[in-house]
Every structure is written in C-alpha cells, then in structure tokens.
Write a protein that binds this ligand. Structure first.
Ligand code: HCA
Ligand code: CU
Length: 376
C-alpha cells in the first residue's frame, strides 16, 4: 500500500460535471449515477449547488442518502451566502462545501470586493454553518492557484481556526503543473491542521497528474468527475485517478471493475461519447496489433500492459494485420495447437498482411486460425 495520506475522493460529476455546457441530468439519471458511484466506493458525492432556485435538491439528497445507506457522504456545494447555507441545511446533506474566491482577479473583476471581505465572510459563513448544525464544513478556495500565496496561507489559517474540517484548493483555470501544485499543497498543508484537498481543471491536460502530485505532496482529498466532465476542458477524471490508485498504488478500497459501467451510464446521460483510446475505459485500450507487442503480451502481459484487463472486468484483443510479425503469429498459433515451420510462418505472415489489406481491417484470432488451416 502506498504512503499517500489519502482520506478520500470527492466525485463532483453531479455538481461541476453538470456545469458542462449542454449537459443536464434527470433525477433518475442522477440517482443511477449516485448508485454507481457508491458501488465504486468513492468517499463523497458532491450532488449539487445549494440554491433556493433548486427546491428539488432536498428530495434528491434524501433519496441519495437512502440508496447509499452510509457507504459514502453526500455533500452540497454552496456560495458563502447565508440564505444558500440555510437552504443547504434544510436539505440535510452530510457535508457542506462552501466556496470562496481568493484571487485578486476574481475579487476585483467578478465581485468588486477586497481581501478583508473574504476573511470576514468566510468566518461568518463557517460560523453560521456550524451553528446550524453541520458536522462537516469544507471550504473551497476558488482560483487558489492564482492567489497571492501569503494571503492564501492567511485565509487557510482563518478557515482552520473558524472550525472548518477541510480545505480545498481549486485550480480554477487549470494552470497548475505537478511541480507548482506540489509546492502549493506542501505550503498550505504545512500551515493548517485540517486536511487539504485539491480541485483540478484540465485546461492543459494535467488535471489528473496534478491531483496525483497533490496526493504525493500530502493532500488528503482530491476532486474528480466521471469522464472529466466540467467547465471547459473539464476536471480530473475519476476513472483515471481510481484506476491509478487501485491498479498501480495498491489501494484496495475502490472497486475499479465498476468504472466501465459508471462511465457508460454517464456517457449516455451526458451524450458525450467515450473515445476508443480513453485511459482506463476506452474500448480499444486492450487491443494490440504490433508484432513485437503481441509477442511480448503472449509471453508475459506485464511487458506491455500496466495491469491485467481482467482487473477491471475487461478482455485483451490481439489482432493480426499489416503490423503483425512472425514471432507473434507462431507463438499465438502454437498455443492454439498449430506447429508451424519457419517457411509456413513466412508464408502465413504474407497472407495475413494481404488479407488484412483487402479487408481494410486487421484479422482477429478466428480469421487467423482459418488462414493457418488453409496454408497447412
Ligand atoms: C466553479 C468553481 C469551482 C469551485 C471549486 C471549489 C472552481 O466551477 O463554479 O469550490 O472548491 O473550479 O473553482 O469549481
Ligand atoms: Cu471547478
């Protein structure tokens, strides 16, 4: 097992994921996704944005709590506005996730507020939430990666002292790199006693790498969304981070076999197709045609795969076409009971390449066997 201080993964498919332009989930779809997330084993599900304009949230939270029966926590995201916090409280989630911008650009251009306002409003919001009876108050700092580091540290200390139980640093526009997020997490985690989490965006394709780097730097929590749904290029992908933690880092608290079904459910509900080469869940990621690789896989699959497809309920497909090689063909056919001489292998390889070219697609194992029969 790894030495990560991982406390948990917060799935935000139903909050940030639903912010993706054009994506909107029905109540039934949301509950199905909640069920799949709980089967997978995520620790917390951020289920929506607390607002009196979404009165249906209350029954959604109730139903989500009922179907997950304590296997994971349900949280609501909320701005630091008293009415929203009160509304969140009336929905009875396990966790309140407050959010507050901390960069100059957000304070100046979006809110026309100053740093004093941030500190006062945070203290008031945390105190209000605790007085209302929330046992877990998380505070997300929006645009933390562009905020002044001294101010950020000060905010973090105030959040800690005010009684929040978790702090999350948002890389709102996805400009962090593994190196910069490592330094930031170390600095902020070093200044507070509560666990720090990160919320990473994928504007430069580093969201998952940044989340992993944050864990390596001592973060306790990471946010993720199924298929990386979220604003612009989206967020850290849940399937990647769960895959990496489970299959490479040895965490056995998740059930990565559930990923395929979950991703298909979300893909259908969001109308966002899963590319064939998508890490962990793409259809083609266990399909191999290159001669040397096929030979390696046949001898010991560790040569060219980071984990066995069966570990996530998938199967390997070996193809034989223009890129096939003698060793791969001989080896595969030998395991199927064919003993080929050097000459017949040469002949067969020529034949395979020709047939694949004519068909416009490589051959599967059945076609390989029937070609071998013709030649022998
Ligand atoms: C948003 C903001 C947010 C908030 C993250 C947080 C971000 O999309 O509206 O509250 O921790 O990326 O900054 O998702
Ligand atoms: Cu975000």
């Amino acid at each position: 097992m790894s030495d990560f201080a991982l406390k948990g993964i917060i799935d935000s498919t139903l909050r940030e994921g639903e912010q993706t332009a054009g994506v909107s989930f029905s109540r039934d779809q949301k509950l199905k996704i909640v069920q799949c997330l709980s089967a997978l084993g995520v620790e917390e599900i951020e289920i929506g944005v607390a607002s009196t304009r979404s009165p249906e949230l209350s029954s959604l939270v109730t139903e989500a709590l009922r179907i997950t029966h304590g296997t994971c926590r349900i949280s609501l995201w909320s701005r630091c506005i008293v009415e929203d916090i009160q509304f969140a409280n009336s929905c009875n989630p396990d966790t309140l996730s407050l959010s507050m911008p901390v960069s100059d650009i957000h304070l100046r251009e979006k809110l026309n507020r100053d740093q004093r306002w941030v500190l006062d409003n945070l203290k008031l919001s945390i105190t209000t939430a605790l007085q209302l009876g929330f046992s877990t108050v998380s505070v997300g700092l929006e645009d933390a990666t562009r905020a002044d580091t001294d101010f950020l540290k000060h905010v973090a200390e105030v959040v800690d002292r005010s009684g929040a139980s978790r702090l999350r640093l948002a890389d709102t526009v996805g400009i962090a790199s593994p190196g910069t997020i490592t330094r930031l997490v170390k600095e902020i985690q070093g200044a507070v006693s509560i666990p720090v989490g990160v919320h990473t965006h994928n504007d430069f394709g580093m969201a998952t790498a940044n989340a992993i780097a944050a864990l390596e730097a001592g973060a306790g929590w990471v946010d993720a969304t199924v298929l990386g749904l979220g604003e612009r290029a989206g967020n850290c992908r849940l399937e990647e981070i769960i895959g990496y933690l489970s299959l490479i880092k040895g965490f056995n608290r998740y059930r990565p076999r559930e990923l395929h079904n979950l991703c298909n459910v979300v893909s259908n509900a969001s109308h966002i197709p899963i590319p064939a080469n998508q890490p962990v869940v793409g259809d083609a990621i266990f399909t191999c045609e290159t001669g040397l690789h096929v030979l390696g896989l046949l001898q010991n699959s560790d040569t060219y795969e980071p984990y066995e497809p069966e570990q996530i309920g998938r199967k390997r497909t070996l193809l034989f076409g223009g890129k096939t090689g003698k060793g791969a063909v001989r080896n595969r056919l030998a395991t199927l009971g064919f003993n080929l001489t050097g000459e017949s292998v040469d002949e067969l390889v020529v034949h395979i390449r020709q047939t694949a070219r004519q068909k416009g697609t490589p051959l599967g194992e059945l076609d390989l066997v029937s070609l071998a029969r013709q030649i022998l």
